[in-house]
Structures are given as C-alpha cells and as structure tokens.
Design a protein around this ligand. Structure first.
Ligand code: FEO
Ligand code: CA
Ligand code: CA
Length: 696
C-alpha cells in the first residue's frame, strides 16, 4: 500500500471541525472529530422524561495505613500485604468514621484564582511548588538514548516515556519504607504537529508516533517521604507496552469468531492497546486502562450498524498507520474483525514486568473512559464505567466470583467473568421544571431514582436477539435495545471508598436539545451543555444492587460570568469556577478531586484540578488547586494529601502550536537563546508532574 499522493500528513486539513469545546487539534487527533460528525447514538430508546457495603477501602486493601501512606503493594509479597479493612457495622471504611471531610484533610491550601487560558505556566497554591516526575522522551531503560528532539527515532521512542500521558497512579513498592514506588501512565494519543519538524518524512513520523502510544511503567525513588520523587532509569519494573505487546483477551469473547483475524485465528491474543484514556487501580494492585477513541485508528467499511455506532468510517485515518500495517484497515481480507479487538478495559500488573496484560471482554466494548473497582459488601467486585460519547451510557460490571483477601492471583481473575448492566435514570421533577437552563427544580435538587438494566447476567444474554458474545462486542447496540439513559459524555466514574457513593463526571454535550436530539432531562438538565455536571449515585443496598437513587452534586460553570450553576446549595459566589469535569480522585478523607478538560473553550480559563467537599456544611465547595499551562488538559490526578503531594498528568500542552512555533514551553521552560540543560528541550512535553510544599 502506498501513501496518499499529496498527503504528507492528514492532520492539518482536518482542523476546523471543532464544536465549541475543544481545540480543533484535540478534536482531530484525540477523538477523530467525534463531535463534528453525527451523533453515533441514533437509537430511539427511552426518553428519560417520559418515564416518570461494605466498602472495602482500596487504600487499605492496597496496604495504605489508616494514616494513608502510599499504597503498599504487592509483588511476591502480595498475599500477605493485602489488608482488607472494613467496618461491618457502618459499611464504611475506618477512615470514614474518623475525620471525614475537608477540615480533616492534611492538605490545606488556599485556592488559586482562576487562570486565563493563555497563560503558559503551571499555577499552584501559595506555599507549593511543582516539578516533573517524568516527561515525554525521558529514557526509561539503560540502553535508551537521551531525548533528542531534533533527531528522534522510533527505536529511541520505544525505550522512552511516551506521549500524552492520561491516567496515572503511583503505588509504593513493598518494603521500601516509602522510598520506592511504581508509576503507571498510559499514552492516549500523539500530537504530530508539535512533536515533529515538518521536514520529517511521514513514514518516520508514523513510526515514532506509534511508539509514543501505549503504556508505561517506571519505578520512582525519593530520599524520604517529604522529598519529591524522581524516576529511576533502568529499574527492574520499568516497562513500555507498545503496539507489538501481546494482550490476552479474557471472558466470553475470547475465542469468538467475532474477534478472529488472520494474525490471530484463535481470537485470543491482541497486539497493542489504543486510545487509552482514564483508568483505575484495583484493590489488588493492578491498573485498569480504558480504550476510548480506538475508532480513529482504523479504516473500516463504515456501513454496518456496528461500524456506524462506533464511529468507524471508510476514510484515511489521521495518523495513517494503515499504510504500514494491514490490520489498521478492516477492509483488508483477514482483518475484518480487527476493530472488534479494541474498545476494551485493559488490566496490567505493574509489579511484574514479564506479565501478560489482559483485555477483559466481560466489561463490554465501547469508548471506555476508564473503570473503577470497589468491593461490595457481598464480596463481589463492582466496576463502574463511562462511555464517553454524546448521548451514550453509564455501565457497571459485577464479578461472578468474590474478592478473597490476600489472594492476589485469584483476585486478578475477577474481571474475567460477571454481569454487565447499563444505567437508566428517572427524575422526580415535573417535566416543565427541567427547562434546559440548568435551573434547579422547585424541590431544590436534581434527583430521582434509577435502575441497572441487565445486559449479561449469569453468563446469559439479557438482550433479545443477541448472544453473549454479541452483547459484549457490540455493547452499544445491545444497550440501545434495553432503554438506558442517554448521558452527557460520562468520563470518570468513581466510587467513594468512604461513603460508597458513586460519582459520574459528565463532561459536556454540545448537542443536547439541538434539533432532532434529545433535550434536557433531570439527570442531564442543560441544553447545549457546555460546562458539564457531576452525578452522585447511592446504590440501594450494597454495590451489587440493581436499584439506586441519585442527585446532582454540581452543575458546572462560572457564576461570575452569569452561568446557571448549582453547587449543592453552597454559595455560587464562593466557588472556583469549573468547567468540563473529566477525571476524578478522592483524597484520604473523602474529598472529591476533579480534573478538567475543555474549560478554555467553555469558561475561557485554563484547565485545572479542583477539590470539592462532598459532605457536611461545606458540601459543594469547589476550590481550585492548580491550573494547566497553555492548551493543556489536566488528567490522572493522584492526591496523597497525607504527604502533601498531588500529581497530575499534563496532556497536550501547546497543542495548537506547531513544531516551528511552539505555544508552550512546559515543562522545561528553557529561555529563548539559552542552552538547554541536559535532558531539557525548548518545546512542550506532556509530563506527569508533582506538586508539593516548598520546604520551610
Ligand atoms: Fe479521553 Fe473521555 O477523554
Ligand atoms: Ca428533584
Ligand atoms: Ca478523559
């Protein structure tokens, strides 16, 4: 196959398709212009308005002490170090009954002011500073060359930290007394326009770009708990997961005809992972990562119901990997099913560099943002998952087998078999009170009831006319048939290990209420939802329940700009403005932390990380902790408040610039004309950064 004449790189001609939220570059490269195309969900399923545990502490289970030291996990010591902590009387973890809420946090800070979208700096609270943990191009292995922006190669990139890190987590290495940890980061996509000089041959760009995708695991070290982390080049656990890395497909779809290809006639072994967005860390110390906008990497016939539902089209892809590898064109004989091998939840063991990563078919196939696991009172584990597309759905998985404290080998099988559900919400306000502006109904809250509609239960399909394999491969089509609620782009879905409540970040939906599209509902109460909202779910009974109640924690925006907002009754004049919630995390005392993606084109402010009090008198209080450099999105928050450390992934800094004319110099900030220090460059580099107190 040859390159398309006159088409050096497909990116720039595609720009300009953006609709409101994101920069054109993000739309083209990250989401394959998902918002520019038609809405994938054209199903006419239920119109919301017409229908009238014991929570195992994950921190504890991982080995965090009650005071909340870094996760102490695993390796060969796993079996003894998993300490499941629960209070059978209250159903809450011990920390929840002692010092819950904002005032109890050991990370006290004064909120930063809202920062303009064009500021090319990381802004942190007074008394704090920041520095990178690891940057794009940092050499991970002993044989890896130093990053050389002017002379990049695919071979070097395969041995260096990848691009556009999104989900991240840091788990302490057992026995290291807090001085050694392992960092996981995934690499969602690449920004070729700012990574490579325009003179670089396209084939080289493709090869390096491909090597900058995937996942990374790298060891960290520090002198003591109050000093910042550094990554360790050549450490034993360091690993890059590349397009050639082999993943084992688990669950009912393994071996199915729906996933067989010429290269994998068994339908069990998949090379690579794509579009990794958010993720989650399991109670047994593995990492989950969501394959999200995988469709953007494939040429496909684009004519079948499933191709249309998943946004697969018969046009050259932005990166044109199809020129180098036949499997990226599903029109090629033998590769018709290749697209079915992506769109899964991936599980990796960061403590075993020789382990085979998995893709879990039991958790369904869609544009997975991520997955977050909690152990239910029954012992089953429950994973909550969002499908990040306008008008798509919220899901949960309930494992068949039960969590066994201390048996990591067993626990690592829990996501391979179980039941899959999709959420249906109903509100209690009269339809006339949901007017599409976000104005709170007369009863004082957006709230109501909900149910988890079964898709697969007990190994059987609950969807008429579809087999279990079909339900799990074409999960969107299956869900359409059972009438779930169309949501405003569910991003992270995170259960609180303090309360068991589940938080859903609905980032935005530019199309809600537009002609021919579903209008506002109580759970998605704003038309042309620019700023997003957070849903709070309370399961009825334990986490495996099929029924729940819900309310909105907040309806985002900038009150000072006149936006209609709602912060659970907290005075709107006293909150940090917030737009486009994306990733969620909790600190050790149960405060919710929210990172944003898209605020610049919403409220015109830099994306950031925000602490939200969810309980007590200050419920709904939003305090901004940091702001991103120019064009960057905040991802992968990790809050080790007990140590005064906060980490975030800084994704796509300066993405609206070019290689020749950067818009950001994060994180090295080499001054113009200065000679860069070793390892530094005068160009934007996606990085994981750490924020910590300035030493007294
Ligand atoms: Fe990759 Fe849903 O954000
Ligand atoms: Ca209500
Ligand atoms: Ca995301």
């Amino acid at each position: 196959m040859s390159e398309i004449p006159g088409r050096k790189f497909a990116l720039l001609p595609m720009l300009g398709h953006t609709k409101g939220k994101r920069s054109p570059v993000t739309c083209a490269l990250k989401c394959d212009n998902a918002c520019a195309g038609d809405v994938c969900n054209t199903s006419s399923n239920s119109y919301f308005r017409d229908i009238a545990s014991t929570t195992l502490s994950r921190r504890a289970a991982l080995g965090f002490g009650a005071a909340g030291a870094l996760a102490v996990v695993l390796g060969s010591a796993l079996n003894s170090s998993e300490t499941a902590v629960a209070d059978a009387g209250t159903g809450l973890s011990p920390a929840a009954t002692t010092g819950y809420g904002a005032g109890a946090s050991k990370l006290q800070f004064t909120a930063i002011p809202s920062i303009g979208a064009d500021v090319d700096a990381v802004t942190v609270p007074a008394g704090f500073t920041w520095q990178p943990v690891i940057r794009w191009g940092d050499p991970i292995f002993n044989d890896a060359p130093a990053f050389d922006l002017a002379n990049q190669t695919a071979a070097a990139q395969e041995r260096q930290f990848g691009y556009n890190n999104d989900y991240s987590d840091i788990l302490e290495i057992p026995g290291s007394k807090g001085r050694r940890a392992v960092l996981f980061a995934n690499h969602e996509y690449t920004n070729e326009n700012i990574m490579f000089p325009a003179t670089m041959p396209a084939a080289e760009m493709r090869a390096i770009g491909a090597a900058a995708h995937g996942l990374s695991v790298v060891e960290l070290e520090r002198t003591n708990k109050s000093t910042p982390w550094s990554y360790v080049k050549g450490a034993r656990l360091n690993r890059r997961y590349l397009n050639s890395t082999r993943y084992e497909l688990t669950g009912p779809v393994a071996g199915s005809a729906l996933v067989k290809t010429t290269a994998d006639p068994a339908g069990r072994w998949i090379n690579g992972t794509l579009g990794n967005c958010s993720g989650g860390t399991t109670p047994w110390g593995t990492i989950l990562s969501g394959e999200e906008n995988f469709n953007g990497y494939f040429v496909a016939p684009g004519t079948s119901a499933s191709d249309k539902r998943y946004g697969l089209t018969n046009k050259p892809t932005a990166r044109q990997w199809e020129l180098d590898d036949r499997r990226f064109n599903a029109n090629n004989p033998g590769y018709e099913n290749e697209t079915n091998r992506f769109g899964w939840i991936v599980e990796v063991d960061p403590f075993d560099p020789a382990s085979t990563p998995k893709k879990h078919s039991s958790l369904g196939r869609f544009k997975h943002e991520g997955a977050n696991v909690i152990v239910a009172k029954s012992g089953n584990v429950v994973a909550y998952m969002g499908d990040d597309e306008r008008f798509d759905y919220l899901y949960k998985f309930v494992s068949k087998a039960k969590y066994v404290e201390g048996d990591r080998k067993h626990n690592m099988t829990l996501l391979s078999e179980g039941d899959l559900y999709v959420a249906k919400f109903s509100g209690d306000a009269p339809a006339a009170e949901i007017d599409g502006t976000g104005t709170v109904p007369a009863d004082g809250s957006f709230d109501g009831k909900g149910e988890w509609l079964p898709l697969v239960v007990g190994g059987k399909s609950m969807v008429a006319g579809m087999t279990v394999e079909e339900v799990l491969v074409y999960t969107r089509l299956a869900a359409d048939k059972v009438g779930p609620t169309k949501m405003d782009r569910c991003e992270d879905v995170q259960p609180s290990l303090h309360s068991g409540k589940v938080y859903v970040a609905c980032t935005n939906n530019s199309d809600r209420g537009k002609p021919g599209k579903e209008g506002a509902t109580e759970v998605n109460p704003r038309n042309e939802n620019r700023d997003g909202h957070i849903v709070e779910i309370t399961e009825t009974g334990d986490q495996t329940s099929r029924k729940f109640t819900w309310n909105l924690l907040m309806v985002c925006g900038d009150p000072a700009q006149g936006d209609v907002t709602y912060f659970s009754g907290f005075p709107a004049g006293q909150v940090s403005p917030i737009s486009c919630p994306d990733n969620l995390a909790f600190d050790s005392v149960g405060n919710l932390w929210i990172s944003t993606d898209g605020a610049p084109s919403g409220i015109g402010r830099a994306d950031g990380l925000f602490k939200v009090t969810v309980d007590g008198a200050e419920r709904g209080r939003v305090e901004q902790f940091l702001a991103m450099p120019r064009d960057a999105e905040t991802c992968g928050p990790i809050v080790h408040d007990d140590e005064g450390h906060v980490f975030v992934s800084v994704q796509h800094p300066g993405e609206e610039g070019t290689f020749a004319a950067p818009r950001s110099y994060f994180p090295d900030y080499v001054p113009a004309g200065a000679t860069p220090k070793p390892g530094q460059v005068r160009a934007p580099r996606p990085s994981v950064i750490q924020v910590f107190r300035i030493a007294a």
